[in-house]
Design a protein around this ligand. Structure first.
Ligand SMILES: Cc1ncc(COP(=O)(O)O)c(C=O)c1O
Length: 389
């Protein structure tokens, strides 16, 4: 095979199918308004749900930590890269979510890869929602367990898979709040089904942490549950917490197993200590400034009510993720460009991130958005809706 010709062919096909992606650099920090290539945009596609990514207290914490701890951790956690800010953050996170223990990972993607690989063996069963995040799906490749997927949010099918399996160990993993759809997993049902089958439940709360539950402790807390017993929690620090990194929380027995065996934890450099310090500062704000969540939930309510009045068919979601389904990749791309012409940034989400013919505008709302921002978006979306397809 000729490498060049084959790659050129593949890339041309991707372009023809309107699936080519590119990076557009920001010339400003994350915010409700951002600059790029000399233009200002209203940003409706970041995951900076609480407006913390450029918060002065996070910046200050990072500056101080760099002065005190330097830039790099210079080694894996278990060699000599685990520094006091990492340790403090693990304790604080465990406390915050009501778990015995928490373990830091460099990213949520890596944490998700590490969990089934550390806990399951050949002959075990991994059960997943069909619309789980790519990192949960990819985790199945790194462990030797059998993967079974159930239709989106179908807890009865999930329970059936659990009860009919003879596998010695079973783990069910699900997005708590689905990243491309904005809807939620039936946590109470999945919790009951996994408990009954002596299975583990792994909730990926990447989008719920900081946003949902009392004090922002996330989706378990919202259901009056904690990551304890058969329940594990994953959350990332790169979305509502405004920084970078991730953690898994649960009983010490499970977390110790991950610390010993999770390859994406063992074989990588620990995150810079300043990121841990930044996350500690973010946690304080998440816990104490509940007005951020209140304002965000008001914006979600306002946006949905106004969208309904204008006949916009958003997917059903009460979360900051408000997708507008458009169907073909070409249509989503065209809509995204039309919005950009009006100074609004909503990247088109296309396959393979979402299933074929479900390309969409994944609109995300944050605490930093004001009502005029939302009105501007609503007007632009309404015009879009009226454009002949
Ligand atoms: C549901 C979900 N899980 C995991 C991740 C990965 O987290 P991270 O960005 O920290 O790698 C993401 C997004 O990035 C996500 O949306």
């Amino acid at each position: 095979m000729h490498w060049r010709q084959e790659l050129q062919r593949q890339q041309a096909a991707r372009r023809d199918q309107h699936l080519w992606r590119h990076c557009q650099p920001l010339d400003s920090p994350q915010s409700a308004e951002v600059r790029s290539q000399g233009k200002t945009f209203l940003n409706f596609c970041s995951n900076d749900y609480l407006g913390l990514a450029n918060h002065p207290k996070l910046r200050q914490a990072a500056h101080h930590a760099i002065d005190q701890w330097g830039c790099g951790a210079a080694a894996a956690h278990l060699v000599c890269g685990h520094m006091t800010p990492h340790q403090d953050l693990e304790h604080r996170l465990a406390d915050f979510v009501g778990a015995e223990r928490a373990l830091l990972f460099s990213t949520g993607y890596m944490a998700n890869l590490g969990i089934p690989q550390s806990l399951l063996q050949r002959g075990d069963l991994l059960i997943e929602d069909r619309l789980n995040h790519a990192s949960l799906i990819d985790a199945a490749h790194l462990c030797r367990a059998t993967l079974r997927r159930y239709p989106h949010r179908d807890h009865q099918r999930a329970a059936q898979l659990l009860t009919t399996s003879q596998a010695p160990r079973k783990l069910l993993s699900t997005d708590a709040l689905f990243s491309m759809d904005g809807d939620r997993a039936p946590i109470a049902h999945l919790n009951a089904a996994t408990q009954k089958s002596h299975a583990l439940l792994l909730l990926d709360d990447a989008h719920g942490f900081g946003v949902l539950g009392p004090c922002g402790a996330g989706s378990y807390a919202e259901q009056n549950l904690t990551p304890s017993g058969h329940r594990l929690l994953l959350a990332t620090l790169g979305k509502a917490a405004g920084g970078f990194g991730a953690f898994v929380a649960g009983d010490a027995l499970y977390i110790d197993q991950l610390r010993q065996h999770a390859r994406p934890y063992l074989y990588t450099t620990a995150p810079p200590p300043a990121l841990a310090a930044t996350a500690l500062a973010a946690l304080k704000l998440i816990a104490t400034e509940s007005w951020r969540r209140d304002k965000l939930h008001e914006s979600i309510h306002y946006f949905r009510t106004q969208a309904a009045k204008r006949g916009l068919k958003l997917l059903p979601s009460e979360t900051p993720i408000q997708p507008l389904l458009l169907g073909t990749a070409a249509r989503a791309l065209q809509a995204s460009r039309q919005l950009a012409d009006q100074g609004i940034w909503v990247t088109a989400i296309r396959p393979p991130t979402v299933p074929p013919n479900t390309a969409r505008l994944r609109i995300t709302l944050t605490t930093a958005h004001t009502q005029p921002h939302l009105n501007h978006l609503l007007t632009a979306l309404t015009q879009l809706n009226q454009t002949p397809q």
